[in-house]
Design a protein around this ligand. Structure first.
Ligand code: SAM
Length: 255
């Protein structure tokens, strides 16, 4: 599979999710209400009811695989970067934690997602957030400028994880930290799934073996790489061949 084609497919899917052309709600069987289903999915990934209610409704797409700001120990005044910020769910939660003296920047490569996040920020009156269109493999940011990087179910989508982690290392200040929620694999995934564009865009085909993933973070220069939490990931409509093979991990590391 070619990197460019994967990215175009991923961009197209998330563009349609942002504009609600794609309900991405393959597991809906219930009410079919998008807002309700997205909130339900977000709660299943570790967000509390209070967190969900405290941010703009359109920021919650239920696309994450963890809750990075719950583990990032964000402090007032910190500058935070969210890789693949989508509708802005984690940016808005982080913005509450870093306060008005802090700042949260979201970067996403999908134009429609950035537009949705900007609209959410305007409607919610957020003053300490900024959304940038860009790729996590080529971040539109200066070296050594970020205190904390968060990311939620995005790095598995890039065909070049070493470059993405290299970029994260470059923009972090020395002593800075990352707190990433992501999917990794445990055991062999059928080739047919690995080669499916749809499975890439659903965060499965690009997921790396757990140990290779941790090694990639270390090779980018990070130290104290640690899995804070992990659980086997499942969805009602998941291919049965993936049972017990996909893990959601919450990884912390330091520069
Ligand atoms: C699964 S969604 C997660 C969105 C958000 N983090 C959340 O939890 O709701 C993945 C997001 O990452 C973005 N994305 C995927 N690959 C990217 C890349 N290489 N560079 C920047 N953004 C990317 C997509 O456009 C999409 O908005």
């Amino acid at each position: 599979m070619k990197e460019k084609e994967i990215k175009e497919f991923v961009k197209d899917r998330y563009g349609k999710i942002a504009t609600k052309e794609d309900s991405h709600c393959s597991c809906c069987g219930g009410t079919g209400d998008l807002v309700e289903e997205a909130q339900k999915q977000a709660k299943a990934m570790g967000y509390s009811e209070e967190e969900i209610k405290s941010i703009p409704e359109d920021a919650v797409f239920g696309l994450g695989c963890g809750n990075p700001t719950a583990l990032a120990e964000l402090k007032k005044g910190e500058t935070v970067l969210d890789l693949g910020s989508g509708g802005g769910i984690d940016v808005f939660l982080a913005a509450q934690k870093v306060g008005e003296k802090g700042k949260v920047i979201g970067v996403d490569m999908t134009q429609e997602m950035v537009e949705t996040a900007v609209k959410n920020a305007e409607e919610g009156g957020y003053k300490n957030v900024e959304f940038k269109l860009g790729e996590i493999e080529d971040l539109p940011l200066q070296d050594n400028t970020i205190d904390v990087i968060i990311s939620n179910c995005v790095i598995n989508l890039t065909p070049n994880k070493s470059v993405a982690y290299g970029e994260a290392f470059r923009v972090l200040k020395p002593g800075g930290r990352i707190l990433v929620s992501d999917l990794v694999t445990d055991g062999k995934i059928p080739d047919e799934i690995r080669e499916s564009f749809q499975a890439w865009s659903e965060c499965i085909a690009g997921a790396m073996d757990k140990q290779d993933y941790l090694d990639t973070i270390k090779e980018a220069g990070f130290k104290d790489v640690e899995i804070l939490k992990a659980h086997y990931f499942t969805e009602p409509n998941m291919d049965p061949r993936l049972a017990g093979k996909i893990i959601s991990i919450q990884v912390k590391a330091l520069k």
